[in-house]
Write a protein that binds this ligand. Structure first.
Ligand code: UTP
Length: 221
């Protein structure tokens, strides 16, 4: 099975880069590589991206410049993931989704171009590589009917259609601003009918369930 994982920056860095998590996450990935799975992993920028962007905004840097800061932060996180995977991964961070293909060794990306988030990189990567499954591993259990951080009675949605996903997408890009998924990513997923799961990646059992075709988080079909 060929899988793209979009690993949220808030999962890898909680709040700063998390050695224990990376160790356990890469152990899981190595186990599945040994079972014949192939992975492309796109890593987010998390807190470090937001902090640096916030400062640049105070100095009135433009959106494009702030996005470039965000991209660097994602690549920094990508590099520690590569360290944790050792020779199971390509040593360099992949900087474009052009002609991206699965390989026995894991390919790790961060951001690619300004004007989007790593959600779009992951959706694009899944489209270009013809992935069987796209996993968004974040610090939230899936997609809720309303924002669970604000509404304690919010309900986890176990299944959504591609059309529904668009409703939950962030409509306008702004450097460092986060939501369920960015619009460009939701549009790619819908157009190419990519099997997608949103789950809480802090609990590695959730990722393992998804890799084994079991119900977890929110599935888009
Ligand atoms: P993230 O993908 O990390 O944003 O990119 P996020 O939605 O905050 O996700 P988490 O918190 O890591 O899970 C961080 C910032 O980097 C820039 C954007 O400004 C984005 O907000 N970026 C990222 C780009 O401009 N292009 C990319 O391809 C990726």
């Amino acid at each position: 099975m060929n899988v793209v994982i979009c690993l949220g920056g808030s999962v890898v860095a909680t709040p700063s880069v998390n050695y224990e998590y990376l160790k356990n996450f890469s152990k899981l990935i190595k186990k599945y590589v040994d079972l014949g799975y192939k992975f492309i992993i796109v890593v987010g920028g998390g807190k470090i991206a937001r902090e640096y962007i916030e400062i640049a905004k105070k100095f009135k840097s433009n959106e494009n410049f702030c996005d470039k800061i965000g991209i660097l932060a994602t690549r920094l996180n990508a590099m520690v993931l590569i360290s944790s995977l050792g020779n199971y991964a390509h040593e360099d961070v992949i900087t474009s989704t052009k002609n991206l293909k699965f390989d026995k060794r894991v390919k790790v990306l961060g951001g690619t171009v300004p004007g989007q988030t790593t959600d779009s990189v992951a959706a694009e990567a899944a489209k270009v590589s013809g992935a069987d499954l796209l996993i968004f591993a974040t610090d939230v259990n899936g997609i809720y009917d309303k924002d669970p951080r604000v509404h304690p009675d919010a309900k986890l949605l176990e299944k959504l259609t591609y059309e529904d996903l668009l409703k939950y997408a962030i409509k306008k890009h702004e450097a460092g601003v986060k939501g369920v998924i960015d619009l460009k990513a939701a549009e790619i997923i819908k157009r190419y009918k990519i099997k997608t799961i949103f789950l809480n990646g802090r609990d590695l059992n959730n990722i393992e369930r998804a890799l084994n075709g079991k119900n977890v988080g929110t599935i888009i079909i």
